[in-house]
Design a protein around this ligand. Structure first.
Ligand code: RIB
Length: 275
């Protein structure tokens, strides 16, 4: 017989279960959560976000972790503060005004990608962005463009597409038409779809076009060619978020904490010298 549990319940709200980055994040939290804590995961769109928050609060959640942006964050944070429910922001929810945050050096991620491509001799570099850009992705973009500028370069094209493999596939023709010899895609999903799209058109990666992704999800080392990408410390993000929110539950008045984590470029097969 199941009995009601008195364990603290932490709700984690993410934008989508389909993005492997968030699947990895969930996995990390499930692996590292202490036994006395319960977790509940919820995927929310802009439209049902507020409803999801109310539903979790209604069912007695003790704290929330947001991995997605909160459109009306002032109202949301007022509501949560009134209910005495602490919340932490990570990844896409950088602008939330939460008590605690876990962040990565997103600008540095864009910088690492640009330096890598410039060092390989690329001058015509395209940027593949999401059609809905969140703050963290804008920081990647900024780091990338600033580094190109330092090398007296600018992107030959900035293309926006869906944040998915299909998004990358759909934009392959536009990438080819741009004349780019290298591409930085703002996440692995777009990069992987692009590699397939280029292959379909007989374009060789990296001999004709080099591709860099972002995230280092578990697909990255299995694509042909294996994907060069900026690795997110997804295990540490999960661990840091749990640590901070648990400490917060122990002491609601503790000073605001922020953990800033580093990124790393993982060089595989999808990048090579400029043709
Ligand atoms: O792959 C999903 C992307 O959206 C990741 O780059 C992650 O940082 C999120 O913001």
């Amino acid at each position: 017989e199941l009995k009601g549990s008195k364990s603290p319940l932490i709700g984690v709200i993410i934008p989508s279960f389909r993005l492997p980055f968030f699947a990895d994040l969930i996995q990390s939290m499930q692996m590292h959560v202490p036994e006395h804590i319960d977790l509940v995961f919820m995927g929310a769109t802009d439209e049902n976000l507020e409803k999801s928050i109310y539903a979790l609060v209604d069912r007695g959640v003790d704290a929330l972790i947001f991995g997605r942006p909160i459109p009306k964050h002032a109202a949301v944070s007022q509501f949560l503060n009134k209910c005495g429910i602490p919340f932490l922001s990570l990844d896409q929810s950088v602008d939330l005004g939460a008590k605690d945050r876990v962040m990565v050096q997103e600008k540095q991620g864009g910088h690492l990608s640009a330096e890598h491509l410039v060092a390989l001799g690329h001058k015509k570099i395209a940027l593949l962005m999401a059609d809905t850009m969140t703050d963290n992705m804008h920081q990647r973009e900024r780091g990338f463009v600033e580094t190109l500028t330092q090398h007296h370069l600018k992107p030959v094209a900035r293309l926006q597409t869906a944040l998915s493999k299909h998004g990358g596939l759909d934009v392959a023709d536009a990438v080819i038409a741009s004349g780019a010899t290298a591409v930085f895609a703002l996440n692995d999903e777009i990069a992987i779809g692009l590699i397939r799209g280029l292959y379909n058109q007989g374009v060789r990666v990296p001999a004709d076009i080099s591709v860099v992704g972002y995230d280092d999800t578990d697909y990255a080392e299995f694509t042909v060619p294996a994907l060069t990408t900026v690795r997110q410390p997804v295990q540490q993000i999960g661990i840091a978020a749990l640590n901070l929110i648990i400490k917060r539950l122990e002491n609601l008045n503790r000073p605001q904490q922020m953990n800033m984590l580093d990124l790393q470029l993982i060089e595989r097969e999808s990048t090579g010298p400029a043709p």
